[in-house]
Design a protein around this ligand. Structure first.
Ligand code: DGL
Length: 271
């Protein structure tokens, strides 16, 4: 059990910065990363469709990889499918990704925070609840930035410096114009361009994400179950797998950047 892997998944490469945070905290754990490229992007699908897909993909991955814990490193998937996943796998701890509204609302000085998310997540009632609970008296400006998701997934390595800057500037402009001094990265893909987003937003604006909270929660749940990997072992190199077609060259570069071996495609999923 202790040597079973932790499964980290997203619609694409967005969960990789979360995997990195987990690896920093728990260097002896075996990590399996799954990019559901076959169904990318989640942010343009309905809540029900995302729930159906994520249940299917996690069900298949759990049967094949037998993880001891699952991290849904995707806000859109967490909002749509977390409750169903926990019902599907009552024996398995499932950690979701929650937009970091609370720390942003607690630290803003201008009393305006921006939320950058997918087209689906930005209008999800779950976000309304988080705002009502944690951002009283703070103005929350939302921006669905689906183009930036596609940019990170497909163009991050090939784009010029200028294209990267333009993609980030377009995403943060309405938030900055509204006076936000905190930008919540409520889509995991945006962590890949956090520095560029902060730079595009200008001095005094900080990005906020939920990486640390997720990694801490993983550690807590494994400790509680006495399921941490037993060290000291050589830190394990994780694997990156995709659904659908074989991993393309961009995916291979992401795997390399995050120190992962490309693994076999997770097949047999319905279209
Ligand atoms: N990375 C995902 C999120 O955090 C979703 C990106 C997409 O597939 O649209 O919401």
């Amino acid at each position: 059990m202790n040597d079973s892997p932790i499964l980290v998944l997203d619609s694409g490469v967005g969960g990789l910065p979360y995997l990195e945070a987990i690896r920093e905290r728990l260097p002896y754990e075996r990590l399996e990363y799954l990019a559901d490229s076959g169904h990318f992007p989640y942010g343009l699908k309905s809540r029900g469709e995302v729930e159906r897909i994520v249940r299917l993909v996690v069900g298949r991955a759990v049967a094949e990889l037998r993880p001891k814990l699952v991290v849904v490193a995707c806000n859109t998937a967490s909002q749509a499918a977390l409750a169903a996943l926990r019902a599907d796998h009552p024996e398995l701890p499932v950690v979701g990704t929650v937009p970091a509204i609370k720390p942003a609302a607690e630290s803003t000085k201008t009393r305006v925070i921006g939320v950058l998310a997918t087209a689906a997540a930005v209008r999800d009632p779950y976000l309304d609840e988080l705002v009502a609970r944690h951002a009283r008296g703070v103005r929350v400006v939302r921006k669905g930035a689906q183009e930036l998701v596609a940019f990170v997934e497909k163009r991050l390595f090939d784009a010029t410096e200028e294209e990267r800057r333009a993609a980030c500037a377009e995403a943060v402009a309405p938030l900055v114009e509204a006076g936000a001094d905190r930008v919540v990265l409520a889509c995991t893909h945006f962590l890949h361009v956090a520095a560029e987003l902060a730079e595009a937003a200008g001095p005094g604006v900080e990005t906020v994400d939920s990486r640390d909270g997720v990694a801490r929660r993983v550690e807590y749940l494994l400790k509680e179950r006495n399921a941490l990997a037993s060290g000291p072992l050589p830190p394990a190199r994780g694997r990156l797998r995709v659904t659908g077609a074989e991993p393309d060259a961009t995916m291979a570069r992401f795997a390399e950047r995050f120190g992962l071996e490309p693994g076999p495609t997770l097949g047999d999923l319905d279209p």
